[in-house]
Design a protein around this ligand. Structure first.
Ligand code: ATR
Length: 278
């Protein structure tokens, strides 16, 4: 049996097992199984050892371990380097390698909906494990990126990471700006919630977006896909803004991970999207 896992805490919200097991069946990988596991930080080393030994074939990493897992890995590759965020583990030549498929997943989700972020103003809420993946996409072509986080120090660390990418891209330096928690930029085209607030039903971010009322041009994007409509999105809808949840980003990041593990690029068809409705 080839075993795959998604690890996190909380983990009940994760629909990764449903999607990966669906694809495994569809592509006749009948000896494969994908499960979810709630873990503590102290469990990480043991899980990674199992990946190293080939007892676990692949792992997805979610909240709150995308950064915390890095010191336990043998190597980090691709987008995981500039984001310092890992959501996918594979074993390569007895080494456990950490990859980031969230960045590409997020980018694809914008591309397929025709959402243009070139020269736009972006507001990123949160500076946790997935925030750097979102930032990495926007630093390429966006005009200005505002970051806010309850703990300001983490927003500063995130800005530092973004500034490294900006430097490598040869763009001008003052693209990223930190905003105090509770404040917001005057002009903004896309607001992205990268915090974990909303994963638990009825949780709400204590932020006021009244200034953006009736502005259909502002997109509120919540990376959370379960529940489908967090209070962040419900409020935005009531205000008359555009909304989008994390469903498609979730499917794209899963597709890339599945391909890395199996060599098969699974189709994100209607039947897979419908699975998320259950
Ligand atoms: P970590 O913070 O360990 O990287 P995460 O789940 O990847 O874990 O990130 C959680 C994000 O949600 C962080 O931006 C966090 O803000 P802090 O850095 O201040 O902790 C944010 N978050 C979690 N609970 C929050 C709350 N009650 N209010 C505001 N932001 C919150």
């Amino acid at each position: 049996m080839k075993k795959y896992l998604v690890i996190g805490n909380p983990i009940t919200h994760s629909l990764s097992p449903m999607i990966h097991n669906y694809w495994m069946k569809k592509y006749k990988l009948l000896e494969s199984i994908y499960e979810k596991k709630k873990v503590e930080k102290r469990d990480l080393n043991n899980i990674i050892d199992k990946v190293r030994k080939g007892e676990i074939k692949g792992v997805n990493v979610t909240v709150p371990f995308k950064k915390e897992i890095i010191p336990f890995l043998d190597e980090i590759k691709g987008d995981a380097k500039l984001t310092e965020s890992v959501n996918t583990l594979c074993q390569e030549n007895k080494k456990v390698c950490g990859y980031n498929t969230d960045t590409e997943g997020f980018k694809n989700s914008l591309k397929e909906k025709g959402i243009n972020y070139d020269n736009k103003n972006i507001f990123i809420l949160g500076a946790g494990g997935v925030s750097s993946s979102v930032l990495k996409v926007f630093v390429e072509t966006s005009k200005k990126i505002y970051i806010t986080n309850r703990t300001k120090e983490k927003a500063k660390q995130l800005k530092k990471l973004g500034d490294i990418s900006i430097n490598l891209l040869g763009r001008k330096k003052n693209i990223i700006e930190i905003v105090d928690w509770g404040k917001k930029p005057k002009v903004c085209d896309i607001v992205v919630n990268t915090t974990s607030i909303g994963l638990v039903k009825n949780e709400s971010l204590d932020l006021n977006f009244e200034d953006y009322e009736n502005n259909k041009n502002v997109l509120f994007y919540d990376l959370i896909y379960n529940p489908k409509e967090t209070n962040f999105l419900k409020d935005a809808k009531l205000r008359g803004n555009k909304i989008m949840n994390g469903e498609m980003m979730f499917l794209w990041q899963a597709q890339i991970a599945f391909q890395m593990w199996t060599g098969i690029s699974p189709v994100i068809g209607d039947e897979v999207i419908k699975l998320l409705d259950k």
